[in-house]
Design a protein around this ligand. Sequence first.
Ligand code: NAP
Length: 328
Amino acid sequence: MKKRITAFRRLKQHHLEQLSEHFRVDYFPELDSPDDPAFREALREAHGLVGAGLPITPALLDDAPHLEAIASISVGVDNYPIDELTRRDILLCNTPDVLTETTADTGFALIMATARRVVELADFVRRGDWQASIGEAQFGSDVHGKTLGMVGLGRIGAAVARRGALGFGMPVLYSNASPKPELERELGARRRELDELLAEADFVCVTVPLTAETTHLFGAAQFARMKPSAIFVNIARGKVVDEPALIAALEAGEIRAAGLDVFAQEPLPADSPLPRMANVVALPHIGSATVETRDAMAQRAVDNIARALRGERPISLVNEAAWHARHD
Ligand code: NAP
């Protein structure tokens, strides 16, 4: 009998066909709640789960007694109770590497857009307000040669730092859990305590994962340490930032601007002031959202789940201990 996979969101026909060759697939392309009765019913029979953007709770796992593996179509795994999955010997797989460069492009787009006020001034032209040569009130600030402070220097952080150092001649500072001697050699990056980095950087770009430790890593005290001319860019997760503190810092001129791809609540609530602030560029969580990269991520998730359910080691495994529990 074929093993069963419950899939939700973001799979294309060719991915579903690949899975259906070997597995029975229940597909929920429009799933908007984990409480959807048909989804819960499918989950009760599922050996594999594929999708993204849905918080997976222990209660939901209780309803999935046959689950062997989850393949998330994301690199971030903050939606999953990792310890709980490991306790139940359920493999968790993600999609690192294939989205690194695309997400770094998004980070750099936000650096450029905020510094040069691209969105604000494009809107100015669109409104028909360009009636004379622009003056200093609309000037931006340089990106090249300015100091780039990376908070998190993993795969995506390194790719942003490479763009800054090699493409724009930016000195790179970084704050990261572990030192990165290879990147220090390659890019001349220098490690700093977070507080020192905040005081020195012209751009602060966040690429840490969301964990208990990084939740609200940025609050009023951190924004107060930044230069008034500094620009804050977040392409990690919204909850790394205390959003009301960010809004207050932007309103008070404690920092100059923010480029944000991620928010505490997504989609952004209608009453959030962020999209209406002239010194904010807000994007709808598009870090990895190109046709090519989303396809590569889905393919990685399909390969991960197929391998896991065949008893082979997935390409990208998050909880090594669950693999050993199943296969040693
Ligand atoms: P990664 O390679 O694991 O890099 C994360 C880096 O953060 C690592 O270098 C890690 O240090 C460091 N770190 C972890 N906890 C830290 C802490 N408490 N303080 C300082 N540094 C810490 O992951 P990645 O592939 O670059 O992805 C990073 C994150 O980006 C993901 O988790 C995801 O949330 C986010 N993301 C967002 C989008 C988007 O659409 N906007 C797209 C992709 C990813 P070590 O090297 O010492 O472990």
